[in-house]
Ligand binder design. Structure first.
Ligand SMILES: *Cc1c(COP(=O)(O)O)cnc(C)c1O
Length: 351
């Protein structure tokens, strides 16, 4: 049977209520891409894969949680969904709401959302509201209004989001035939690392697959889980993880600890360097998505993580296409030439 999305494939493992009515865009089933070139750059002698979540229908892993949350909301008769977002949740909520014929309202921090994500949310027909404040301020508003009105909350405080996001852990185990030794990923609101750990634990209990150690990476300017306190004015180029008060922070810390892993901070420069390394393998991811690799690289180089003989998965959470500004600002502008052979030969210097 043709692929029908994660609810169809893993529904019995996802802890969704009986009233759930599947709303799908055929999310999930993303590739686990081997990256031997990066293994070499990091000293060799291990296996490294990228779980390329940018290939989901709206360009990020958020679609895994959104198919679950919107399917549940539709099944109980919700007519509108609302979320706060650094961008990808907004685009995903808007798309799945459109698919289901629901109204979508999304709150984003003013001026801090990548162009492609904002465009997506608008194109899919959501009501987009810019808040003069941070993501955390927007989330506080959303939580309060959903307590007073029938609007369905689809942030990762919604437990069904995490249920859907567990599917990525299942896919990795099913593809590898085992759990990886390490799983490296960015941490923002901390729902994803929490969901991965739930998924790996569930497969461990059910199928006797092993448990990976988790390496979570926060941006240095937005690293509350590393600092041990909220960050009032989070700042980073990696806008998807520009969060100072993670909703699932406690659970994320616990997951990292139980896995005998950790959560660390990486600088924006390290994030951009990792983004470039991935692009050098043909994988263009948005800055936040490169944080997992940046964390792995930093730990390997510091001698804190010995990769030898290990199987490591880096989760690249979203596609680079949605956030082109970061790259184009720092890039050399392409050369302009007259439409003449002589000029072309001069510029490309071949043969
Ligand atoms: C949402 C998001 C994250 C952070 O995930 P959390 O569950 O909030 O920790 C990382 N990268 C991208 C691309 C995202 O959209």
């Amino acid at each position: 049977m043709a692929y029908q999305g994660i609810l169809q494939r893993y529904g019995s493992l996802l802890g969704l209520p009986d009233h759930t009515q599947q709303v799908t865009l055929l999310e999930g089933g993303t590739p686990l891409v081997p990256v031997p070139g990066l293994v070499e750059k990091l000293g060799g002698d291990f296996e490294l894969f990228v779980k390329f979540e940018g290939l989901n229908p709206t360009g990020s892993f958020k679609d895994r949680g959104m198919t679950a949350a919107v399917s549940e909301a539709v099944g109980r008769g919700a007519e509108a969904v609302i979320c706060a977002s650094t961008g990808n949740t907004a685009a995903s909520a808007a798309a799945y709401a459109a698919r289901a014929g629901l109204r979508a309202i999304v709150l984003i921090p003013e001026g801090k959302v990548a162009a492609g994500k904002l465009a997506g949310a608008i194109v899919y027909g959501a009501q987009v509201i810019q808040v003069q404040g941070s993501f955390d301020d927007a989330l506080a508003l959303v939580v309060e209004i959903t307590q007073r009105t029938p609007l369905a909350l689809v942030n990762s405080l919604n437990p069904y989001r995490l249920e859907g996001q567990k599917s990525a852990a299942f896919e990795i185990c099913d593809t590898l035939g085992a759990a990886p030794d390490w799983l490296c990923l960015p941490v923002g609101n901390a729902g994803n690392i929490t969901a991965y750990w739930m998924g790996f634990e569930q497969y461990h209990a059910l199928k006797k697959t092993g448990l990976p150690q988790l390496l979570g990476a926060q941006a240095a300017g937005a690293a509350p889980l590393v600092l041990g306190h909220p960050v009032e004015q989070p700042e980073t180029i990696a806008t998807a993880i520009r969060i100072g008060r993670p909703a699932r922070g406690e659970q994320a810390l616990q997951a990292a600890q139980e896995s005998r892993g950790r959560i660390l901070a990486v600088s924006d420069d390290e994030i951009l360097a990792a983004q470039q390394m991935l692009a050098g393998e043909g994988l263009w991811v948005e800055p936040a998505s490169a944080a997992g690799l940046a964390g792995l690289k930093a730990e390997v180089e510091a001698g804190n993580l010995d990769p030898r003989g290990k199987r490591i998965v880096v989760v690249c959470t979203g596609h680079g296409l949605k956030d082109p500004d970061v790259i184009t600002h720092s890039m050399e502008k392409p050369r302009v030439i007259p439409a003449e052979m002589g000029a072309l030969v001069d510029v490309i210097k071949v043969g």
